[in-house]
Write a protein that binds this ligand. Structure first.
Ligand SMILES: O=C(O)CCC(=O)C(=O)O
Ligand SMILES: [Fe+2]
Length: 202
């Protein structure tokens, strides 16, 4: 039993999504948020796109800026984050037999007022994306800051749905099946930081 990984798996199996807090310590949150800002100041971020073949920047759908994290150029705190993810993949494979082999992660920065409209994470990609993972890097996030992740959960009959809102507090990790749950990022009154990625089969 792993105290961080087990609640995530439990959540996915019973509710379709899992949340665990303190996946990152306050020190790790600050260090990663600093790396994010340094890399953005160095001009490494790009407006996030939609679509698969040709990437189209569409601010009416999503307004975040992203940077893919490359293992080859990762700083120690980025490498440590990816290492935790690799351990999570091992744990999931031992308990759920999803056959996860690869992962890809990017930083995301949502300037105040931006959002990501309702979507499914597989629409623009390949079906190898099995689990979506989001880890927040925000310090002192308040409910009134907005920026919740809204997940849409269909009921048993599939006729109605329920909206579950998750506040992007620093260190919190959210995980759900990429091909199943539609979700959106609501606008926030302040800058919103995260690392988002996908665990994939090969
Ligand atoms: O930041 C979040 O809470 C969700 C991000 C998201 O849905 C995505 O990047 O596909
Ligand atoms: Fe998404």
């Amino acid at each position: 039993m792993n105290p961080f990984f087990e609640p995530i798996i439990d959540g996915i199996l019973t509710d379709g999504y899992g949340v665990t807090d303190n996946f990152l310590s306050p020190g790790e949150i600050t260090a990663l948020a600093n790396r994010l800002h340094e890399r953005r100041s160095a001009g490494q971020f790009r407006a996030a796109g939609i679509g698969n073949q040709s990437v189209i920047v569409e601010n009416a759908i999503r307004g975040d800026e992203i940077l893919w994290i490359d293992e080859a150029t990762a700083t120690p705190e980025e490498a440590a984050f990816l290492q935790r993810i690799a351990e999570f993949i091992q744990y999931v494979n031992q308990t759920c037999y999803l056959g996860l082999r690869e992962f890809e992660f990017h930083y995301a920065l949502y300037p105040a007022g931006t959002f990501y409209k309702r979507h499914l994470d597989q629409f623009r990609s390949d079906s190898r994306r099995k689990l979506s993972v989001i880890c927040y890097l925000n310090t002192d996030w308040q409910e009134t800051d907005g920026g919740q992740l809204a997940i849409y959960l269909p009921d048993q009959t599939g006729e109605s749905e329920q909206q579950q809102k998750i506040t992007p507090i620093g260190g919190r990790l959210v995980c759900f099946e990429s091909g199943r749950l539609e979700h959106e990022v609501l606008p926030a009154t302040r800058e919103r930081l995260s690392i988002t990625g996908w665990l994939k089969t090969s």
